[in-house]
Design a protein around this ligand. Sequence first.
Ligand SMILES: Cc1cc2nc3c(=O)[nH]c(=O)nc-3n(C[C@H](O)[C@H](O)[C@H](O)COP(=O)(O)OP(=O)(O)OC[C@H]3O[C@@H](n4cnc5c(N)ncnc54)[C@H](O)[C@@H]3O)c2cc1C
Length: 498
Amino acid sequence: MKKIAILGGGVSGLSCAHYLAKLGKSLGRSDRIILIEASNSVGGWLKSQQFDDGVIHELGPKSIRASGLPAFNTLLLAEEIKLTPDIIKVKSGDPAAKKRLICVNNQLYTLPNSLKSLIFNCPPFTKPLISSMYKDFKSPRLTLDPNNGEDISVHDFMVSRFGEEVAKYLFDPMCRGIAAGDSKKLSLKSMFPPIYRAERSKGSVIKGMLSPNKETPSTINSEISSSSLLNQVKSEKWSIWSLKNGLEQLPATIYSNLIKHSTSANVEVHLGHQVDHIMFKDDGSAVLHVSNCNSIKPISVDHIFSALPANNLAKCISAKGYPIIHNNLKSIKSVTVAVVNLEYSGTIIPRDMGFGFLTPSYSNSPILGIVFDSCCFRDHDGDKDITRLTVMMGGEWFDDQFGDPVNVDHQLMLKIAQDSVRNHLNINVNPVRTIVNIHKECIPQYYVGHSSKVETIRSEIEKHQLNLELIGNSFGGLGVNDSIYDARQKAYRFYNNK
Ligand SMILES: Cc1cc2nc3c(=O)[nH]c(=O)nc-3n(C[C@H](O)[C@H](O)[C@H](O)COP(=O)(O)OP(=O)(O)OC[C@H]3O[C@@H](n4cnc5c(N)ncnc54)[C@H](O)[C@@H]3O)c2cc1C
């Protein structure tokens, strides 16, 4: 019997516990799984605020993508924990999937979303996008610096392969939307691995993307083909999805499932317990120093899965004993995002207005973008005729624009959000409900060279033979799907190696 600790009860830690418990049980093992979470609730950034009138506002993630292997894996998990009846979907033909906007010179433009929009001029692009694709097709393979792990910034890559406008109007805002980050600093290799791999393998993104996909691991392939939910997802061409009670329902259900089956699977969850320090022993096992409000206790474990943000894990690992691990973890920075949820009475923007809009970084806008929540998931409006919007601010630019996140004035953030709604969407009425949250250090930044940094940390862990596995969105991908899929892969690898 092994004692396995999982640090952090966000969606990564919870899904890791789920997969370990499931696999352990199927292998007839009686390992003890101890999940330790600093706050008093699980789910990390997945937080949905539900009001008595049935209205739901998402304070963190708003939707989960429905295509690609990691996305299929999340849907398999949702099906397994019996969430299928509660899923609300957006199909790829729906306006909320098709219409993604950018704001250039104070004007909103729909991003190209069809073959026609690639062939014909589609403002703000001054040339049809097909000409940018031709540039990629014709240009030689890029020479990348091996000293930087053959990495390049998203911006530089896009300029070289597709031209200035694709970098400026597509990938700059996209980096702000996904990571609240700066495309000039973010790594192509870690932010957009399929694009990176396509160019590296075929010398052209388009050629690489058109060549057949490599086979996916067989266990998940057979699960995918026998899943009735995934058959529906594919036949109806889903784009994104959420849950009736908001996305927090996903971690909450993984958690209640774990608790329900805890006697057979030996899962313990310690909420309100913070891991302060990890002391590794010579055989790779460890003693965790865990504190809650009134005590500190040591917990001896054989193996650790850390699902903590890199910076938080750095604090737990001695800088003296493991300087390379400590310093590299510490250097993975996360940015702060202000999320302002606004609710208006009545239908004040058309229901088919799309997903929302993003602002490019060169526009110096005080906001990153606005999501049209009611256009995406009407069910979260309850039975009311309302319009929900979310304004995102800050990210890489937070401190420069708004100062120290700890001291920022929430009323000021609310005012900026309302002013932006007024300027961009011409909404002059006051909201009937507002929520302001400053999510401190909530999105890790995969700067150029990120993957080499992670490799360095992993090889140091191996060199010192520490029984430590890194999961969570500082390492395995930024979105919910990546986090869950990475946790699954690490859990499978753990038991396959046993
Ligand atoms: C504003 C916002 C919007 C987003 N939108 C989307 C979206 O629309 N779609 C999407 O797919 N993804 C989105 N994401 C990303 C998504 O939220 C993450 O992929 C996901 O939450 C990562 O989960 P995690 O478990 O890896 O990390 P976290 O959610 O950060 O969980 C880490 C956990 O560790 C705990 N912890 C920290 N330190 C300690 C310690 N010392 N001891 C014990 N516990 C500790 C924390 O309390 C936390 O619960 C968004 C993120 C943000 C912030």
